[in-house]
Every structure is written in C-alpha cells, then in structure tokens.
Design a protein around this ligand. Structure first.
Ligand code: HEM
Length: 210
C-alpha cells in the first residue's frame, strides 16, 4: 500500500511540474501572466506556498491545461461486471475496458484547438471555466473517475502548482538549446523523451544567507 502511494504519487507529480514549466517557457506570454499573478498575490518578500494556490486562478488554469494536454497517466482501466451496451456494441462481462485519458483531453469535439497550450480556456469566460478535473466532467479526467479515482488528487492539485509557482517565482529559466523538445516518451507515465535541461538564474532571495 505504501509502495503504491509512493509509486503512483511521485512520477506523476514530478512529470506534471516538468511539463508545466516546459510549456510556460514555450509560451512567454503565459509565463508573464503567471509572474504578474505571483507578484500581485504573494509579492517578492516570501516564497509562494500551498495556501496561496486558492488565490491564484491563473496558476490553477496552467495546471488544468497541462493535465488536459499532457496527462501523466494516459489511461484508466476497469473490468465490466455485467454486459454493457455502448453505441451498438456489447461489452461482455469480465472484459477489460481502457479509458483513453490522453485522447479525451485532446478531443476536438470538446476543446477548441485542442493541441494549443492555452490556460485561458479555464479562466472566467473560457469554455473550460466550469470544468473540474477531479472526475466530475468526462471531457477532462486526468485523475480518472468514480470510486477508484486517484486518491492523491487533492494533494496533487495543491502541491504541484505550489511547487511550480516557487520555481517560476524564484528563478529565471534559460533554455540553452532552443527550441525545447516536447516529444513524449511512451510508458505508464508520460514523461518527457528528452530531459528538461535549463539554466536557472536567481530572481528573488527568499532565504537570505546570514
Ligand atoms: C498530477 C498528479 C497525479 C495524477 C495525474 C494521477 C492520476 C491517477 C490516475 C489516472 C489514476 C487511475 C484512476 C482511475 O482508475 O480512475 C490514479 C490512481 C492512483 N493514484 Fe494518482 N495521480 C496523481 C498523483 C497522485 C498522488 C500525489 C498520489 C498519492 C499521494 C496518488 C496515488 C494514487 C493511487 C494509490 C492510485 C490507485 C487508486 C486505486 O487503484 O484505487 N496519485 N492516479
């Protein structure tokens, strides 16, 4: 059980932080907006933390957009406990059924220009404004849904954006060899194919040395 929690909770969260940062670096206008929100809500005299996340709608939108476009867990699996009829097909009892979380988030029937990284779609007035990623809306279910949905989703929705926000607040990030390669590695967790190599420059000094 402990092993399950560590395995399921470490790669997923680390990968999400990496993709968030990479997508922000590819979209400097989004990075600027996030910095402006950080300056307004937190300022520069302390490090952003989990309690700030609720006051930062743009940060939350960046997280949701990353989970839509680059969900770390690409599918969820269930077993039919009785025959199910879907669109003229019958799924027999005991059949494994896979939900393609990756494709659902990129479905053009639900998401305008689905391959574009656009956190604004989750901001007030955007088409995704009311869409909750925690398994209530089928067009976005990065944590799965139902009784076996991810039990770490509440933690992830707090800790991941707080960590990313601290990276953006405390450092400027330079891409040594632009453009960033955004290819995905096939696997249980969709990691970056190439490691995210960046050069950090300190931007604020949250823990001044004595
Ligand atoms: C961005 C972060 C995360 C994402 C996207 C994610 C996604 C998922 C998904 C899609 C599932 C399968 C759900 C289903 O079948 O309906 C799952 C299961 C699970 N997750 Fe997460 N997860 C994340 C973070 C975490 C964290 C932080 C923990 C623990 C601290 C965790 C623990 C688990 C466990 C134990 C399961 C298996 C649940 C079961 O089989 O009943 N996850 N996760």
């Amino acid at each position: 059980m402990k092993q399950d929690i560590f395995t399921a909770g470490s790669d997923t969260t680390a990968t999400t932080v990496e993709w968030m940062l990479a997508d922000l670096l590819n979209h400097p206008d989004c990075l600027q907006k996030l910095r402006a929100e950080l300056d307004a809500v937190v300022g520069r005299s302390r490090v952003v933390g989990e309690p700030d996340v609720a006051q930062m709608p743009y940060l939350q939108a960046v997280l949701k957009e990353t989970l839509r476009l680059r969900p770390p867990a690409v599918f969820a699996q269930r077993e039919a406990i009785e025959p199910i009829h879907v669109r003229g097909y019958t799924i027999p009892v005991k059949t494994s059924v896979f939900f393609n979380i990756f494709s659902i988030g990129r479905d053009a029937a639900y998401w305008e220009e689905p391959l574009e990284f656009r956190p604004e779609r989750f901001m007030p007035g955007g088409a995704g404004e009311a869409v909750d990623p925690k398994g209530q809306h089928m067009q976005l279910m990065p944590f799965g849904s139902g009784r076996r949905a991810c039990p770490g989703m509440g933690l992830a929705m707090q800790a991941v954006p707080a960590f990313l926000a601290a990276l953006v607040q405390c450092f400027d990030w330079e891409v040594p060899n632009p453009p960033l390669d955004m290819e995905e590695e096939a696997g249980l967790v969709t990691a970056r194919k190439q490691p995210l190599v960046l050069l950090p420059t300190q931007r604020l000094h949250p823990l001044p040395l004595p």
